[in-house]
Ligand binder design. Sequence first.
Ligand code: HEM
Ligand code: CU
Length: 618
Amino acid sequence: MVSIDSIPGVVLGGVLLAALVAVGYLRRRRRTMADGGYPTPSERETELETEKPFGLVRWFTTVDHKDIGILYIVFGVVAALWGGTDAMMLRTELITPGKTIWGTETYNGLFTTHGVTMIFFFALPVFFGIANYFLPMLIGADDMSFPRINAIAFWLLPPSLVLVRGGLITEIIGKLLESVGLSALAYPLLALTPIDMSWTMYTPMSSSLANPQIDLALLGLHLSGIATTMGAINFIVTIFAERADDVEWANLDIFSWTMLTTSGIALFAFPVLGSAIIMLFLDRNFGTTFFALEGGGAILWQHLFWFWGHPEVYILVLPAFGLTSLILPKFSGRKLFGFKFIVYSTLAIGVLSFGVWAHHMFTTSVDPRVKASFMAVSIAIAIPSAVKTFNWMTTMWSGNIRLTAPMILIIGGIGTFIIGGVTGVFLASIPVDLVFHDTYYIVGHFHFIIMGIIAMSMVAASYYWFPILTRRMYDQRLAQVQAVLLIVGVTVSFTAMLVIGYLGLPRRYAYYPAEFTLLHQVATAGAYIIALSVFLWIVNFVQSARTGPLVMDADVWNLKESGQFTREWQWFERQLQERRGFERSTPRTPVAEDGGSGGSSDVGDGGEGGGGSDGRDD
Ligand code: HEM
Ligand SMILES: [Cu+2]
């Protein structure tokens, strides 16, 4: 055994010193970074070219809202690809009625991890990322109110994703250990298999399954809930406290309004889920009886879960509404019609969303008179949603519509939202729900919203703000093709599911009667089209971010014409001007950051007239 005395003092001293130097170095680097507090005048001057640490250190230590926004978005996209792989595996299994590739156990694991990953780690993080990047700019703030909490909230997510999805990873590590003869170490790892209780985690199944991975997943979900709550508080405080002097409530932009409402809902919903998860954890491990028969029973879990679960769907869809309301007018050449009513309807949805949870429990033993009131509120919530839809249509009415990729996606999103919403109104009606409950109709319904307006508005935003994010332009033709493919894929896949459900096939089964084969194959074909479009989006995004034509004129979308050149674009214009000024006085070497050839065109042609519309042909 090596004892501490046997290590030479010089070595210990050296290690200690190296550690101190590293800490000091990091601290010195950090001092020059915006910490969102109160910058000194000299810091304010260098705001645009703030020095940041390089490489990984920068990304691990950043507290800048734009960097954190990008981290969130990248994380969300990675999670979506992982959850999307699950979806593709599910759909592939369903190509034939019997066993195609995966058996029932794997299938059960897949639809659970798919649902959990998409809901917790894709949809919300991406919106939080978009909001982190753009919301401070839209309201004229320097940063979020609590930049460090912002960073912590993000960094809780990767560990929670690993905790939730650990089963697969531990299985691989366990098998590896076993193969080199370390069975003792491998055994506990192999005991963790992917969770298969569905994303709703209904008791008694979730409380009685032996798999210890479920406990880890519960802890992971709890952690992600803490992260979301921290993020929500940050958005609320930022919108209240950091608005520029000329940003009143009356002219607060629509995306910030929806983020404010979403954060408000999250603030009340997530603690309930967090508590329920802890109760379930205690039931599983410490013999409490919250959800046992002699305690609250299985229905208690459903009440608590859906008290979070229904508001959650609005937490996800409100930012999508916000992006729709924000982007649509830009390509309609008109101001958003009925701004005030869109804000009011957002707030109305925020309040009503807490009064509808039991529509997920229409087939349970809940008192029928109680259910009837939930039916009434559920149908009522269609009204504010319809207000928005009609306002969007009116905004487009006799507008000067430009079918750019973001606009195609926004229109597609409105269309899918109408289908998802109308099928939802049917489900809100108790007699109809009794027929459709737990059939593919449900899967079709919520995917029209989730893969429809929610995913489409995200992709639309990625194109719309692409120049700000990368200072380059993407391939617009490819983007239009991608947009159309996404709309076609979603419509084909989930319409087929609505029909399958209408014919009465229950969901969550790996095997099904042969007469559904054709419809299932159509749904799978649609899913492959979606996958293709996602692939094209990634290719276009990554490739254009590296080598796309540089943007010279901040008014990429001709927004000045219709008086909609909003704050984030003005910020972008200042950035471009700064850079050009900077570049004129300091000639750049060819290895400068834009990378050789691209860099020179940045300085060339004296700016204004030339660029901006590179590659813009529609
Ligand atoms: C390519 C896109 C997608 C495809 C093909 C797809 C497909 C599926 C399939 C086949 C199921 C299982 C249905 C069953 O077995 O009963 C499912 C369930 C689910 N999906 Fe997706 N999905 C996609 C995208 C998404 C997205 C983006 C989200 C969320 C933001 C999402 C959330 C869910 C949820 C919550 C469930 C319910 C899981 C359950 O029933 O326990 N999906 N999806
Ligand atoms: Cu609901």
